[in-house]
Design a protein around this ligand. Structure first.
Ligand code: CP
Ligand code: NVA
Length: 340
């Protein structure tokens, strides 16, 4: 049986295919149990802190509810001294003395790595500029639930293919032997160093990884079309340039018609600019005349779109990450399952 107790969750590069599958199975059991009103109290007596430099709806909610569901306690810290009056080093040591686990969402991957190195407790990456590993777990869980298995699945990520969500999705695809195509303009191709690592992994697992700016070529046979916002948190000032680069890479009906399959589904990590019901969406409409950006409202709200299943799965996958790394007896869930 896999044992992840005491491990950090910083990037999926650190996890083996078996460990990732274990987390996915773990999440599936937790999801079923939650639907049946069963809690395992796996986090009883545990205190975790959620350290946020950037905004969040899903990740914060999922970490909080995951912890409460299993009997733990949570502190949400978004206005700490971190980086302003106190170094990451000192913050890590302080939080490690008080808490049993630390979640971090912020800018630099180095920050979450340093928290892990110096705190002495499990640290979970809730998004950095480079990676969004808990998101990728929820994405694959959603795909597996929908198709029944992951055999021969082709995922296409279209848009800003160098962003955190694309990186983590590409890594998990390579680890699990799925086929992954990144489609976007050359200026936004994935980082070479990350791509090299992914290509090495893909050689071992038999995954096919492709990066292209050719939409017609890349989109063929896609089982999953995935996109993300054109400007990630902290990049909002680049919106003009990104619209120029990405306007031809919008997910719309025309794109779906090019897959050659009528079973293709749509995924998005959210939040999404598919309408003008946000201040940013309104600003873009007024300034650039666009009412939809990375995906049309029609696709977003169609029966092809599983974005809200995906959002729900953030809870179950994050709960699996916290429990498997922090609970005293994480694998009790599998034993209970056998008894039930
Ligand atoms: N997908 C995601 O991470 O959402 P939040 O930014 O709302 O946490
Ligand atoms: N790429 C996006 C993901 C949001 C969940 C961002 O970093 O803002």
């Amino acid at each position: 049986m896999i044992d992840l107790k005491g491990r950090n969750f910083l990037t999926l590069l650190d996890y083996s295919p078996d460990e990732i599958n274990y987390l996915l199975n773990y999440a599936q059991l937790l999801k079923e149990d939650k639907k049946n009103g069963i809690s395992h109290n796996l986090l009883s007596g545990k205190n975790i802190v959620l350290l946020f430099e950037k905004t969040s709806t899903r990740t914060r909610s999922a970490f909080e509810v995951a912890c409460y569901d299993e009997g733990g306690h949570v502190t949400f810290l978004s206005n700490s001294q971190l980086g302003k009056k106190e170094s990451v080093d000192d913050t890590a040591k302080v939080l490690g003395r008080i808490y049993d686990g630390i979640e971090f969402r912020g800018n630099k991957q180095e920050t979450v790595n340093l928290l892990a190195d110096l705190s002495g407790v499990p640290v979970w990456n809730g998004l950095t500029d480079e990676f969004h590993p808990t998101q990728a777990l929820a994405d694959i869980m959603t795909i597996k639930e929908h198709f029944g298995d992951l055999d021969n699945i082709k995922i296409v990520f279209i848009g800003d293919t160098r962003n955190n969500v694309a990186n983590s999705l590409m890594i998990i695809s390579a680890k699990l032997g799925l086929n992954f195509t990144a489609i976007g303009p050359k200026e936004l191709f994935p980082d070479k160093e990350i791509l090299n690592k992914v290509e090495q992994i893909a050689k071992e697992t038999g995954s096919n990884i492709e990066v292209t700016d050719n939409i017609d070529k890349g989109i063929k046979n896609a089982d999953v079309i995935y996109t993300d916002i054109w400007v990630s948190m902290g990049e909002e000032e680049q919106i003009k340039e990104r619209i120029e680069l990405l306007k031809d890479y919008q997910v719309n009906n025309n794109l779906f018609n090019k897959t050659g399959k009528d079973t293709t589904i749509f995924l998005h990590c959210l939040p999404s600019f598919h309408d003008t019901k946000t201040t940013f969406g309104k600003m873009v409409e007024e300034t650039y005349g666009l009412t939809e950006m990375e995906v049309t409202d029609e696709i977003f709200n169609s029966d092809k779109s599983l974005v809200f299943d995906q959002a729900e799965n953030r809870l179950h996958t994050i709960k699996a990450v916290i429990c498997s790394t922090l609970a005293e007896e994480p694998n009790i869930i599998f034993e209970n399952e056998r008894i039930n």
